[in-house]
Design a protein around this ligand. Structure first.
Ligand code: C5P
Length: 323
């Protein structure tokens, strides 16, 4: 038995502008992703003694999860990491005629909250693609990054960004990426929630609120944010954080509004819902400041959280699990 491990990071949307629903049910987005230091690690336990014919279905024989929110992560073939392995194997079977592979077991260690608006599931899918690609390309041609991106987009709108990491403008449903310049590091206090939020439900609530006549126009302009990112100043960035899903998320979960308000009172430079929530991202001026703000909220009984900084890397292989 041998192991192949990959790590992928969570993200925050520094800008999340949401347009109308498209005929396929997705919403047109203009978003700016930045990856953060908190991460999940995925390990493939490869059994080189036990090969499976690819006509017989999945090479995955099981999946275990440890770490943050482990109990709420599916352990069957619906898990996005499992689907990530199957997707890549299927591509090589169809396009390159791959016939046999060793069976694998997936082990995930989570540091990103589940259903928290931080792309935790997408990170696991991206790590699965990277680790599976390493396994298959031992004997088959490596894939061009664009092909991996396309496969990632089939798995989920945020998976291509989880693969790439850094700071990116996302358009389409979030899967079309353009790198952006970002100077320096930004520090965050992240406040988690006991209960996750369903992303489709938050998008639907935005549609409902718009239908009811609430003034929730799509935020499409990112030029000021792009400029702020080039200054490297957290104080500048703080002025331009925007999330169109914040309204519907707080409408569904009023506790989120309290967390944001409390974060600002604790001295955060800005407070914003991360993605579709419920995680709240509090922008701070330094790591120490982030620690102070987080401690303040935890002392007051807020559920849990962590500090993090960005930007971080895309999904990558690791040899040493401390990497
Ligand atoms: O792409 P992904 O499977 O991660 O999306 C989850 C759900 O979030 C979609 O089924 C859809 O309801 C919603 N979504 C959306 N518009 C996007 C991205 C996601 O409506 N651009």
């Amino acid at each position: 038995m041998r192991e192949i491990s990959a790590k992928a990071h969570g993200k925050v949307n520094l800008h999340l502008g949401v347009g109308d629903a498209r005929p396929d049910g997705y919403h047109e987005l203009v978003t700016v992703f930045q990856s953060l230091s908190l991460s999940d690690t995925l390990t493939l336990e490869v059994d080189d003694e036990d090969f499976v014919a690819l006509s017989e279905g999945s090479i995955v024989v099981g999946l275990t999860v440890s770490g943050l929110d482990a109990a709420s992560v599916p352990r069957d073939a619906t898990n996005l990491a499992w689907r990530g392995v199957d997707t890549l194997v299927d591509y090589y079977r169809r396009v390159h005629g791959l016939t046999h592979l060793p069976r694998v077991r997936i082990r995930i260690h989570k540091g990103i909250p589940t259903a928290g608006g931080m792309a935790g599931g997408s990170a696991d899918a991206a790590a699965a693609l990277v680790a599976t690609h390493a396994l298959i390309s031992e004997t088959m041609p490596a894939l061009a990054p664009e092909i991996l991106d396309d496969l990632a987009a089939v798995l989920g709108s945020d998976v291509p960004f989880s693969l790439r990491g850094g700071t990116m403008l996302g358009t389409g449903r979030g899967e079309r990426l353009t790198p952006m310049l970002s100077r320096g590091q930004y520090h965050w206090a992240l406040v988690f929630s006991k209960e996750g939020l369903s992303t489709p439900q938050v998008f639907s609530r935005l549609d409902e609120l718009r239908t009811q006549g609430h003034q929730l126009d799509p935020s499409i302009e990112t030029a000021d944010l792009a400029h702020a990112l080039m200054t490297g100043q957290a104080g500048e960035l703080a002025k331009h954080l925007i999330n169109d899903l914040q309204g519907p998320a707080t409408n569904l979960r009023p506790d989120i509004a309290r967390t944001l308000e409390r974060g600002q009172r604790a001295g955060a430079l800005a407070a914003v819902v991360s993605g579709s929530g419920p995680t709240c991202a509090l922008l701070c001026s330094s790591e120490l400041h982030a620690r102070d703000v987080l401690d303040d909220l935890l002392d007051e009984g807020f559920f849990s959280g962590t500090i993090a900084h960005g930007p971080a890397k895309g999904a990558h292989l690791i040899n040493d699990l401390n990497n």
